[in-house]
Design a protein around this ligand. Structure first.
Ligand SMILES: NC(=O)c1ccc[n+]([C@@H]2O[C@H](COP(=O)([O-])OP(=O)(O)OC[C@H]3O[C@@H](n4cnc5c(N)ncnc54)[C@H](OP(=O)(O)O)[C@@H]3O)[C@@H](O)[C@H]2O)c1
Length: 241
């Protein structure tokens, strides 16, 4: 179903894999970036993608971007919300301002961007919306309160969206990675490989491939689901309870 796709957080580990994978699959990719202009420019040069500077924590900037997207002549056939923020602290000691920023980047920015692209999708009777969630949404992990809450809310929102837009040829799904070898996972993650049935961390390219599948015509009947990409970690944790 290739067409135009918007990817948030395009210069990150999974984000840059998404930009490369979707460009290679024939999508006309636009991606947002926040802090690394040189990386954004290099990625745009390499893939032919369009780079859009956007701080997703800036609510007014996100609203303005969503409005601009809605007014584009050519509407987006797909949206992939990949950018993600974290604030690691014990649940009872969370800094509420920082927790709110996590909610803004992970959830509210996504809701605003959906507003910007969904009308064009429903009018065209074709569209794919994918949000990158996290296995952490379904697990209790020390220090993950704000992040897990935001990703869990993201899943609940996507389920609702899926029901509302499904009749108009649009699907909405979540891809929930386990431990993926990127900057966000950090050095500690390599020590966790033994607990993962696959005995290794996942790669950003493997997450991008799962998203790529959901964007294809053949995935038209997959709607409102969470596709876990975790090397079997989630099911192993559930079994060891
Ligand atoms: N790696 C894992 O093990 C793992 C596991 C589960 C879920 N995930 C999810 O996968 C997604 C991608 O993460 P990653 O592993 O690729 O980590 P990453 O390399 O750290 O990328 C995170 C991306 O989010 C962007 N971002 C953060 N705050 C932003 C803001 N205020 N405005 C705009 N962009 C912002 C970053 O942009 P800047 O670089 O400009 O800050 C970066 O592009 C995230 O949603 C994350 O929650 C990752």
């Amino acid at each position: 179903m290739a067409g135009a796709v918007l990817v948030t957080g395009g210069t990150g580990g999974i984000g840059s894999a998404l930009v490369r994978h979707l460009s290679a699959e024939g999508w006309a990719v636009s991606f947002t970036w926040r802090s690394d202009g040189a990386a954004a420019e290099a990625l745009a040069d390499e893939t032919g993608a369009e780079a859009i500077r956007l701080d997703l924590a800036d609510r007014a900037a996100v609203a303005a971007c969503a409005e601009a997207l809605a007014e584009r002549d050519a509407s987006f056939a797909a949206l992939v919300h990949n950018a993600g923020a974290t604030h690691d602290a014990l649940a009872a000691t969370l800094d509420i301002e920082r927790a709110a920023e996590v909610m803004q980047v992970n959830l509210f920015a996504f809701m605003a961007l959906v507003k910007g692209v969904v009308r064009g999708m429903t009018a065209a009777r074709r569209g794919r919306i994918v949000a990158i969630g996290a296995l952490a949404a379904a697990r209790g992990t020390v220090g993950n309160g704000a992040y897990a809450a935001s990703k869990s809310a993201l899943e609940a929102y996507v389920r609702t969206l899926a029901v509302e837009v499904g009749r108009r040829g649009v699907t909405a799904n979540v891809v929930a990675p386990g431990w993926i070898d990127t900057a966000m996972a950090g050095d500690a993650a390599s020590g966790l490989a033994k607990a993962i049935p696959a005995q290794r961390l996942g790669t950003a390219a493997e997450v991008a491939a799962a998203v790529g599948f959901l964007l294809r015509d053949g995935a038209a009947y997959v709607n409102g689901t969470t596709l876990t990409v975790d090397g079997g970690l989630g099911i192993a944790l559930a079994a060891s309870k």
